[in-house]
Design a protein around this ligand. Sequence first.
Ligand SMILES: NC(=O)c1ccc[n+]([C@@H]2O[C@H](COP(=O)([O-])OP(=O)(O)OC[C@H]3O[C@@H](n4cnc5c(N)ncnc54)[C@H](O)[C@@H]3O)[C@@H](O)[C@H]2O)c1
Length: 257
Amino acid sequence: MTLMANDNRLAIVTGGGRGIGEAVCRQLAKSGLRVVVADIDGENARRVASSLGSGHAGHAVDVTDEAAVSNLFDDVEAAQGPVSVLVCVAGALILPGGERPLIKDMTLDNWERSFAVNASGAFLCSRDYLRRREALPVAQGRVVFFGSVAAQLGGYRSSAAYIAAKSAVLGYAKAFARESAHLSITANAISPGLIDTDMLRSTVGSSGALLAASQNIPLGRIGTVDDVASAVSYLISPAAQYITGSVIDVNGGYRMQ
Ligand SMILES: NC(=O)c1ccc[n+]([C@@H]2O[C@H](COP(=O)([O-])OP(=O)(O)OC[C@H]3O[C@@H](n4cnc5c(N)ncnc54)[C@H](O)[C@@H]3O)[C@@H](O)[C@H]2O)c1
């Protein structure tokens, strides 16, 4: 673990109600950060927050809703002070009927909802964070975005809308890194490979298919949520203060080139 033991910065983790986001919340809380678990599923957000112990909070928020994102920052900062760390994990892979839609069958609604959650959500949350840090700078400001190996490989199992939206996030992370660097904020993206969560299981299906998928991964296994959360812990730590505008692959070598 690379974080300082006395690190009590305030962090917002979107999509913290389950999967990778939940693991991020657990690792940050274990390292001493005060964690705001933000998720469209408010029940899950509160469940995760209360399981972390005291000093943490759960909030229901839809990251695609501009006013709701702003209210989240208002409420959190009024109650707990400036947010130092923002981790934008919230994402969605929309598979109508459980099937990956081909471009020729893709609806505009699917395309727009994919962009709203994955790309606009990251934009809205990070824009609010940046506005507030311009007004009130913090030490060790950090933003971590979530791309996907699907954006880097063209995706075998995900939809074109998801792939395009995650590609947008990878580009946006660099733009954000440039525009926040004068505040000594670092901003990076993590690009997970195949990670064992509900989202992956919605694309791969059975355990047999999961096992088959792992055979294409040089390290020979599907990733865990903690594999990804550990990369977040590193990026928000003082040890990573000179890393910005980067994409860190967490994929067991799946995309080696
Ligand atoms: N699991 C993988 O293999 C994998 C691979 C590459 C990238 N990713 C990315 O990693 C991130 C986490 O993935 P996961 O597998 O844990 O997904 P998941 O579906 O298990 O969890 C996503 C979380 O985001 C929340 N969420 C969805 N829409 C939201 C919204 N509009 N506002 C707020 N919260 C919202 C969900 O309620 C859920 O708690 C996502 O951005 C995903 O695209 C995952």
